[in-house]
Design a protein around this ligand. Sequence first.
Ligand SMILES: [Zn+2]
Length: 117
Amino acid sequence: MSEIPKEACGHCGGTGGVDSGGSTPWGAPITLPCPACEIIALRAREIELAKTLILSAEKSSQLESENNSLRARVRELESGGVTTSDFLTPIERQRDQLEIENRRLKARVRDLEVERQ
Ligand SMILES: [Zn+2]
């Protein structure tokens, strides 16, 4: 957690530890991990995750629109009598595969639900 500035924590003064009030049998003070530092670290992680989620959402909508324009182009070519299977991108093929798989799974779930009744 070195990316957290020392001055960020007003609880432990940036040492990362707080005095527990107790001491070892040989008289050394026992320090505990600073809870405020932990909160700061968790918050930082939370922000990091939120940024990742925003980025992946952007990425997926970008892919989605890319896919849509590819599909439109495929339809255009197909309507002109062109075979377009080679035109499909790996992403689109992958998605088609997933859709097939998804349908298969849904059908399987339906079957199981029917069996259960
Ligand atoms: Zn602290």
